[in-house]
Ligand binder design. Structure first.
Ligand code: FES
Length: 82
């Protein structure tokens, strides 16, 4: 594979990753233990939750399997950033 073809392939993969993040919808389940969606987490943050513990108290997300499967902290960080 030539250098130009490799660059095009890498750029395509990067664009797909961005598109994938953009289509993460409100109904996307984040916490499977308690069936909590991204929309549920966003509503909790909009309602004033500012820490993982506050989100846990409002949604139960990340209180089932030890929080290993659903990354509430990452969602909180992204939502707080904008
Ligand atoms: S998937 Fe969220 S606590 Fe298990």
């Amino acid at each position: 594979m030539g250098e130009q073809a490799r660059e095009q392939k890498e750029q395509g993969a990067a664009e797909e990753a961005v598109a994938g993040a953009a289509v993460l919808g409100e109904e996307q389940t984040i916490c499977f233990c308690h069936n909590v969606s991204l929309g549920d987490l966003r509503r909790a943050i909009r309602a004033g939750a500012r820490t993982v513990a506050e989100i846990q108290a409002r949604t139960q997300a990340s209180t089932g399997c030890g929080g290993g499967e659903c990354d509430v902290a990452e969602i909180l960080e992204k939502e707080a950033a904008g």
